[in-house]
Design a protein around this ligand. Structure first.
Ligand SMILES: [Zn+2]
Length: 208
């Protein structure tokens, strides 16, 4: 399977200790061949696993079972918790964003193709999917703002960089800003560096 979409889900379960194994048992109970998602990201309700931990479900090259109509061309990521009742935790978002950046890079998937399960309906509206794949689900949940999530994903190098945190870098940026005529496109080069996929990966690598 070559994915060209990534679909975000909620487990729609607000109980404790939800993880890959629990979801695997739910999906086996439906008669499926194990967990339908490719990744599971835990929340803060697990008794011995950490908030934001990423667990592996199906291998990426194996078709998932998570988004009817798009399974043959998408990876599925499930965030534990109930997205209609609570937004994902900040640790879940941190892990999700790092994971998405990595998967988008590996599979050359643009930000516009990182969608919430409910956004399959937008693909139906655009004629990408047939009408029978319209979903009534709110997944990944009413509390989850997909536009805001997409805004937090890797920006292209043309976007001006955020101010660096460390004093030395901040000083260097201030000098560049003050003497832009002498340093040409140094700010753009800084942006190209800051948003280079390998640098982003070094910055954001938090996957366990
Ligand atoms: Zn879903």
């Amino acid at each position: 399977m070559t994915p060209d979409y990534i679909v975000i889900h909620t487990a729609a379960f607000n109980g404790k200790d939800c993880d890959k194994d629990m979801i695997d048992s739910w999906h086996r109970a439906k008669g499926w061949n194990g967990i339908g998602y490719h990744y599971v990201i835990l929340n803060d309700k697990h008794s011995h696993k950490s908030d934001g931990m990423v667990e592996k479900g199906r291998p990426d090259h194996v078709q998932g079972a998570h988004a009817l109509g798009l399974n043959s061309r998408s990876l599925g990521i499930c965030c534990v918790g109930h997205g209609d009742e609570n937004d994902f935790t900040e640790a879940q978002y941190d892990s999700l964003i790092a994971l998405l950046d990595q998967l988008m890079e590996t599979h050359s998937i643009p930000v516009s193709r990182v969608i919430g399960h409910r956004e399959l309906n937008l693909l139906v509206d655009r004629g990408v999917l047939s009408d029978r794949y319209r979903t009534a689900k709110s997944c990944p949940g009413n509390q989850v703002d997909m536009q805001a999530l997409r805004k937090r994903l890797t920006k292209p190098a043309t976007v001006s960089p955020p101010e660096p945190q460390s004093t030395e870098l901040a000083d260097a940026m201030a000098v560049l800003a003050q003497h832009q005529d002498r340093f040409g496109n140094a700010r753009d080069e800084w942006a190209a560096f800051y948003y280079h996929p390998e640098i982003i990966a070094l910055r954001q690598r938090r996957i366990t």
